[in-house]
Design a protein around this ligand. Structure first.
Ligand code: ADP
Ligand code: MG
Length: 253
């Protein structure tokens, strides 16, 4: 069975794309067959996997808006077992173009159901908003992974996210669950990290992953080389952290 997960938080810069890229790549390194779908017009997850987002023939935009088959939009990456459905700036128009479209919330779900390759995991990198792209991702998913940055006001805005999840559960996808909450960019040198960790655990309880992602310079550098962290620097703490997260995700299922 395929497990479909959205990486979502409407706040920007919390580690969604870093998590989508490195969780996907780490799952593939553990011999899982993985598809990463980029649902953010910035296309950072696409380029983070070494795919040239300006050169692709088809992107997620063509699938969502113009009914192209997702099978034709899949590109393979340098990493064994990891494919990608790319996104680029074209997708910025989709949010508006989909408003008047038929079955606008279920387009991604339908495209996934028509895939001819079977994947163990499909990971969707969501944009920093709660619009139709994110709704499509939630409607198509079994679970949501919420990255939360270890900073002041870490929980701010999360009630809107939880509200959107509830609405999707109620109207579009009853089976949708919060898969887990991932603490990101922890700065081990400050007490703030500990405070935020406690706050987030008090709120989400056992949904919080044991794996925490500290700040790691190598994680910030890897995207400019179009490489996931375990390829860029397999000995970095970031690489180890994301491998551990992959292990946790596998054990969850
Ligand atoms: P989002 O997708 O939520 O906007 P990103 O994953 O793009 O967030 O992360 C924002 C920035 O922070 C990026 O430049 C990324 O490389 C960097 N970054 C993410 N996680 C870490 C980390 N654990 N340590 C250092 N830099 C990180
Ligand atoms: Mg992002």
């Amino acid at each position: 069975m395929t497990k479909i997960m959205s990486i979502a938080n409407q706040k920007g810069g919390v580690g969604k794309t870093t998590t989508a890229v490195n969780l996907s790549a780490s799952l593939a390194a553990k011999n899982k067959k993985v598809l990463m779908i980029d649902a953010d017009p910035q296309g950072n997850a696409t380029s983070g996997l070494g795919v040239d987002k300006e050169e692709v023939e088809l992107s997620i935009y063509d699938v969502l808006v113009d009914d192209y088959s997702m099978n034709d939009a899949i590109v393979s990456t340098e990493i064994d077992g990891l494919d990608c459905v790319p996104a680029n700036i074209n997708l910025a128009g989709a949010e508006i173009e989909l408003v008047s479209a038929m079955s606008r919330e279920v387009r991604l779900k339908r495209a996934i159901s028509e895939l001819s390759t079977s994947y163990d995991y499909i990971i969707i990198d969501c944009p920093p908003s709660l619009g139709l792209l994110t709704i499509n991702a939630f409607t198509a998913s079994h679970g949501i992974l919420i990255p939360v940055q270890c900073e002041y006001y870490a929980l701010e805005g999360l009630s809107q996210l939880l509200n959107t999840i509830k609405l999707v559960q109620r109207h579009l996808n009853k089976a949708l669950e919060i898969e887990g909450v991932l603490l990101t960019m922890l700065d081990a040198r400050t007490n703030l990290g500990t405070q935020v960790t406690e706050e987030v655990k008090a709120y989400f309880g056992e949904k919080v992953y044991n794996t925490v992602i500290p700040r790691n310079i190598r994680l910030g550098e890897a995207p400019s080389f179009g490489q996931p962290i375990h390829v860029y620097d397999s000995n970095s703490t970031g690489a180890k952290n994301y491998m551990q997260l992959a292990e946790e995700v596998i054990n969850h299922g």
